[in-house]
Design a binder for this molecule. Sequence first.
Ligand SMILES: N[C@@H](CCC(=O)N[C@@H](CS)C(=O)NCC(=O)O)C(=O)O
Length: 234
Amino acid sequence: MSDISSFEITNKWPATNPDIIQLYSLPTPNGIKVSAMLEETGLAYEAHKVDFSADDQHSPEFESLNPNGKIPAILDPDGPDGKPLGLFESGAILQYLAEKSGKLLSTDPAIKYKTLQWLHFQIGGVGPMFGQFGHFYKFARDSCDHPYPVSRYKNEVLRLLDVMEDHLGKNQWMNGDDYSIADLSIWPWYRTLGGFYEATNELELQDYESINRWFDLCSERPASKKAINIPPRE
Ligand SMILES: N[C@@H](CCC(=O)N[C@@H](CS)C(=O)NCC(=O)O)C(=O)O
């Protein structure tokens, strides 16, 4: 096992057990993805809270691991060739943890690429569009009185939900037959629309029967239930 003490991030968030994966996160939609994945895989890890109210994500220690200043990030002391590996971008982290553990990403090439296709649909579409919708719908109301941003992002959210509704009407899970990192990555974002953004009525989420069937299955997983509080906010 390698030594992670040379990673500057460990100065601000010291590892209690430096031999296990270090997670730097907060239970936001992108953060929950990685804590859910760590819970699903059973890999040993230690979670550190990156406090947005203290602007921790822009501290020099955090940015030494992720120069983009966003959670989640991990530091695996036992990375490729037994050397430590720091990683940011939740999609890359999910793929890394799936390949490391052999879980939630099929080794059958056709299923694997279908899974990655929907994972990238989340990273490039669902995350940014849902996030911008939430920003203008809930948080920027007092600083932006023009209707265009909400209508622009609301329409894009509805379009993406229609794509998912159609797909999940024909498939049990995003990749077809199995729960995978594609479902795991989209689920916390759908959760946020009706939860943190309080947009159930605005988006008429109750009408998405297939998405809601799928969402309930995702939410009931023991790993999902734990992940929504990792690391604890308080
Ligand atoms: N594409 C990135 C997005 C990460 C991201 O936007 N994280 C948000 C929380 S959900 C964040 O750290 N926000 C803090 C900030 O922007 O200052 C990923 O998937 O990891």
